[in-house]
Ligand binder design. Structure first.
Ligand SMILES: [Zn+2]
Length: 359
């Protein structure tokens, strides 16, 4: 198959064609120069690395009621919030079924990887691994040890099955605990991550010490805080729809200006569908609504490109001959490809390599 239109990857957005065999890239180049001599199926569209959902809590996806309008702590706070009551009162089978449904939706929408913060200790990590089964999605699970002070045995068992630890926040865990967890993660080549400056501002000196591999939210961070985080080179996953449900919003224009490596996530399954298309459009439109517009390219990097380096698979973010990673072809106009991906993409516009020639 030949896709003529635009290529969007780490080298930017540009007109061009991509020749695919299955989902394997065999040739790329300037429009009109492909070597197929008109013998192959041809579609007009945009080729881009598949997106990554960089922050989820899939464990609470089974909660399908309207989220209450309380404060953050009342809804998702531990241990008394609605979310943790759901986790405690719901059996494993039902929680796994909710997570599985959310994962299947991500796969249908072309999401190729996700980074999940999983509560409930070792059992929670195991539950989600089982729920994911053999679905074609690179799922990284950051679990949470339960015992305080940290029990090395529990943490070791957790890290044997998890990809790292995702803590609730620096505010809720003392420095000694954070240090013990971060060094156990790093000794095993795993990731240490945490939420930071969510409902209210925290000091960068707190959440950057010990240095995390990933921060989540920073919606209450100042411009100066963001500059500090950018300088530390720590990526930040943002979840604007989830924040909006609590009447808040990260100012992504500040993130873009500060040069923060920004990733995009959909946060709790109980709050929002795990759809990056919805998240992208909301992020773009809500910034415009506040007269704080961000560039479509910034959001494209957050959803489709930057996460691949974090996942240790940087080659996926560059579309070139030999590319064998997950990519998507969208039947979308190629005039403004980054805007099209941010504001117009849906799963119905994904061209599957094996699908028959359209009428
Ligand atoms: Zn979160």
């Amino acid at each position: 198959m030949i896709v003529e239109g635009a290529i969007v990857d780490l080298d930017g957005a540009r007109p061009g064609y991509v020749r695919l065999r299955g989902s394997h890239v065999v040739e790329t180049g300037a429009l009109g120069t492909d070597s197929s001599h008109g013998t192959e199926r041809r579609v007009h569209g945009i080729v881009v690395p598949a997106p990554v959902n960089s922050h989820t809590h899939l464990g609470d996806s089974g909660f399908q009621r309207e989220p209450p309008r309380g404060r953050l702590a009342e809804v998702v706070g531990a241990p008394g919030g609605v979310k943790f009551r759901f986790l405690t009162e719901t059996n494993s089978r039902a929680k796994a079924a909710g997570a599985r449904e959310a994962l299947r939706r991500m796969v249908r929408e072309g999401t190729a990887a996700a980074v999940d913060f999983r509560e409930e200790g070792l059992a929670g990590v195991r539950l989600l691994r089982r729920a994911a089964g053999k679905l074609p999605l690179d799922l990284r699970i950051l679990g949470r040890p339960l015992r305080r002070p940290v029990d090395p045995e529990e943490l070791g068992a957790l890290l044997a099955v998890a990809d790292g630890v995702g803590l609730s926040s620096a505010r809720e865990e003392d420095r000694e605990t954070r240090r013990a967890i971060a060094s156990a993660c790093h000794d095993r080549g795993k990731r240490y991550a945490l939420h930071a400056s969510e409902e209210s501002r925290e000091e960068p000196g707190d959440y950057l010490e010990p240095r995390p591999d990933l921060l989540v939210h920073l919606l209450s961070a100042t411009e100066e805080d963001l500059a500090t985080v950018a300088k530390a080179g720590v990526p930040v996953a943002v979840c604007p729809r989830s924040n909006a449900l609590f009447g808040q919003a990260p100012d992504l224009a500040l993130f873009e200006r500060a040069g923060v490596t920004t990733l995009l996530g959909t946060d709790n399954g109980m709050l929002n569908a795990p759809s990056l298309f919805r998240e992208l459009e909301f992020a773009y439109v809500s910034q415009r609504l506040r007269h704080r517009g961000v560039s479509p390219g910034f959001l494209v990097r957050a959803a489709f490109l930057s996460p691949w380096a974090w996942l240790g698979r940087p080659e996926v973010a560059r579309i070139q001959p030999g590319h064998d990673g997950p990519l998507l072809v969208f039947r979308l106009p190629a005039e403004a490809p980054e805007y099209a991906l941010v504001a117009r993409a849906t799963e119905q516009l994904i061209v599957r390599p094996e699908s028959p020639r359209p009428a």
